[in-house]
Design a protein around this ligand. Structure first.
Ligand code: NI
Length: 171
C-alpha cells in the first residue's frame, strides 16, 4: 500500500463525521504510525485521521515544547469537561495552508480517550494542548477553523480558500 499523505481542503473527507474505532488492531497501529510520521514531517502540533484520508475518530499530538506532555495517540476521544471563560487565540491547520484565524475556545478541558495499548485514559490540560485537543476533535466532526474563526478572518481567508479550490479542480 502506498504511504498515506496529508489531505488538504476542499477534500470531502475533511467534512465528514468520522466513525468510531472498533478495535485497536494492527490497522489502527499502522495508521497511528503514519499520522505521527506526517505530523513530524509537517512540523504540526497535532493531526487528525481525516487529514490523512481516514474517516475514523483518532488524532495525535506532538510533544509539548515545555516537556509537560509527550507525543500521544488518542483513539475515540471525548471531551468530558470544559472550564473557564472563552479565550481567543490564533490557529492554523495543516489541511488549510496559508490560512490562519482567531478562534475562541474554553481554556481548560478534560479529554477521555483510548491509547494504542487499548487502555482508556483521561487527561486534563490548559493552554496550547487544550486548544489542540479541541481543534483535532473538531476535525473528527468535519469542523474546520474556517467555521469557527471571526468574521474578519473568514473574509481574509476567502482568497486563499478559492486558490485551494481551483488547485484541487486542476488535479
Ligand atoms: Ni487542523
Amino acid at each position: 500500500m502506498a504511504p498515506r499523505q496529508l489531505v488538504t481542503y476542499p477534500n470531502p473527507v475533511l467534512r465528514a463525521r468520522a466513525r468510531d474505532v472498533a478495535e485497536v488492531d494492527a490497522w489502527v497501529r499502522g495508521l497511528a504510525g503514519e499520522m505521527l510520521r506526517i505530523m513530524r514531517e509537517e512540523d504540526g502540533v497535532g493531526l487528525a485521521a481525516p487529514q490523512v484520508g481516514e474517516s475514523v475518530r483518532m488524532f495525535v499530538t506532538a510533544a509539548q515544547e515545555d516537556e509537560s506532555a509527550p507525543e500521544r495517540v488518542y483513539i475515540n476521544p471525548v471531551i468530558v469537561s470544559f472550564e473557564g471563560a472563552l479565550e481567543a487565540s490564533e490557529e492554523g491547520c495543516l489541511s488549510l495552508p496559508g490560512i490562519r484565524g482567531t478562534i475562541r475556545r474554553p481554556p481548560r478541558i478534560a479529554v477521555r480517550a483510548t491509547g494504542l495499548d487499548g487502555e482508556a485514559f483521561t487527561l486534563l490540560s490548559s493552554g496550547l494542548l487544550a486548544r489542540c485537543w479541541q481543534h483535532e476533535i473538531d476535525h473528527l466532526d468535519g469542523i474546520l477553523i474556517i467555521d469557527r474563526m471571526s468574521a474578519i478572518d473568514r473574509l481574509a481567508s476567502r482568497k486563499p480558500l478559492r486558490q485551494l479550490e481551483s488547485a484541487a479542480a486542476e488535479r
